[in-house]
Design a binder for this molecule. Structure first.
Ligand SMILES: [Zn+2]
Length: 448
């Protein structure tokens, strides 16, 4: 008998195409048991069943963001209107270097709260060099599904400041210790990834060893690639190889590898990424705000690449809103390639199934189907901006819905948001602590 029933909503299913059925989603032990009409027998069973009335609501799979930096949530508004290279050197690296256990914890709580309240149930996260254990403790408390990794940087002085760079051995030892502690924690909800920042910050041996560790721990590799033309040229000059070929040469390729951005890749590199089964994460707000460019997502998809979506970090976005990223992802391709360039249905796949595959969890999350984990989002359809309801529900999600329409969120069948309220930690406390911690960081970082 189920222990949770989402009753009477319009449930969004995916079986090659998106379609909606009106009925119940029943959940047992964190797993989706059935979708469709139920006869109410569960209510008569001795097992207490929690029934959530979802009439008038749309029940969708939890959204997945495959590239975020929760350690940067406290930097929101502190690094505006800069191109990537200045943004990193003048703002993000000094702020990351100033982080303490307490500020990393506060930053992760704030980010996870925003994500859950906005319907994102799973993330691939890159933290900073130090205190990643504090981020995991925050993620454990908040109830979000997260694959997170400490940032690996050993290439001082070319690509890492002295106060963030570690020795290759220290970086790898810390990453391995985190994997031993956190990979598979919270009944599998938390996983570790190995996260070299990007090629200019990392030595070849560090990248190779990160790839070997990912293999050994059955974990994902998470890095940035081809974000700006400067990065592309730097990698070519320092390694003698194009960036995607270089990453391949050090083992950052294939279904474990997740590359954020890939704005500056040529057609032959797209084909290589597709052959490898590497995931590209599209971060449209970040790419626009840092003036990096527009990733050729329709071309990547046409080449057969795996693509997911992510908000990146609060200081380059400045939000962590999956609905905003979906809408923008669809819109920014249209002037270049035509109005049908990246349709809503495809964008929603990037934010669900694409993200699940990026995390290596395609059998567990990304769609509503019996046997999958019950990571579910209930959208309240009562607001005027969602009416009339005659159209395609997928269009409604991608083009009209907002994160504020998220009424309930379940991860592993556990309610983490109900009636727009976060259940796992008090939001007033989270924002108060975040404000205090951000002020402290701002003071410590001595920004120019
Ligand atoms: Zn990033």
């Amino acid at each position: 008998m189920p222990d949770l029933r989402l009753a009477g909503g319009d449930v969004l299913l995916h079986d090659g195409i998106w379609r909606v059925v009106r009925g119940d989603v029943t959940v047992r032990d964190g797993t989706i048991q059935a979708v469709g009409r139920t006869d109410g027998r569960a209510d008569q069973d001795a097992t207490p069943v929690s029934v959530r009335d979802c009439r008038g609501c749309l029940v969708i799979p939890g959204l997945v963001q495959a590239h975020v930096h929760l350690c940067q949530t406290l930097f929101r508004g502190l690094a505006d209107d800069l191109r990537l290279e200045d943004w990193l050197v003048r703002r993000i690296w000094p702020l990351e270097a100033a982080h303490t256990e307490e500020t990393v914890y506060a930053s992760a709580l704030l980010g996870a709260a925003e994500l859950l309240l906005g319907g994102t149930t799973a993330i691939l996260d890159m933290e900073t060099v130090r205190h990643t254990g504090a981020a995991f403790r925050a993620l454990e408390r908040m109830g979000i599904r997260a694959t997170a990794g400490k940032c690996l940087m050993d290439a001082h002085p070319e690509g890492a400041p002295i106060d963030l760079a570690e020795s290759t051995d220290d970086a790898l030892a810390d990453a391995e210790a985190l994997a031993r502690r956190w990979h598979g924690a919270a009944d599998g909800r938390l996983r570790v990834c190995f996260a070299p920042r990007f090629v200019p910050s990392c030595s070849g041996p560090l990248l190779r060893a990160a790839s070997d560790l990912a293999e050994r721990f059955d974990a994902q590799l998470h890095t940035h690639a081809a974000e700006t033309i400067v990065e592309r040229e730097t990698v070519l000059r320092t390694t003698g190889l194009e960036e995607i070929a270089y990453l391949d040469s050090v083992g950052i390729a294939g279904p474990r590898a997740v590359l954020a951005h890939c704005v500056w890749v040529d057609t032959h590199e797209m084909k290589r990424l597709a052959r490898q089964g590497t995931t590209v994460v599209h971060c449209p707000s970040s790419n626009l705000k840092l003036a990096s460019g527009v990733a050729k997502v329709p071309e990547l998809l046409a080449a057969g690449c795996r693509v997911a979506i992510g908000a990146d970090g609060a200081p380059c976005n400045n939000g962590l809103d999956a609905f905003a990223e979906m809408r923008l992802a669809a819109l920014i391709q249209k002037p270049r390639l035509g109005a049908d360039a990246l349709p809503a249905a495809q964008v929603l796949e990037l934010a669900t199934l694409g993200g699940a595959r990026a995390l290596g969890l395609e059998d567990e999350i990304g769609s509503i189907a019996p046997g999958k984990r019950a990571d579910l989002v209930v959208l309240d359809l009562s607001e005027p901006h969602l009416h009339p309801l005659l159209g395609d529900p997928v269009s409604l999600i991608v083009y009209s819905a907002r994160s504020s329409d998220v009424r309930d969120v379940f991860v592993d069948g556990r309610p983490v948001v109900l009636g727009h309220e976060l259940l796992t930690a008090p939001v007033d406390h989270i924002v108060r602590e975040a404000d205090r911690a951000a002020a402290e960081l701002h003071r410590l970082a001595k920004l120019s």
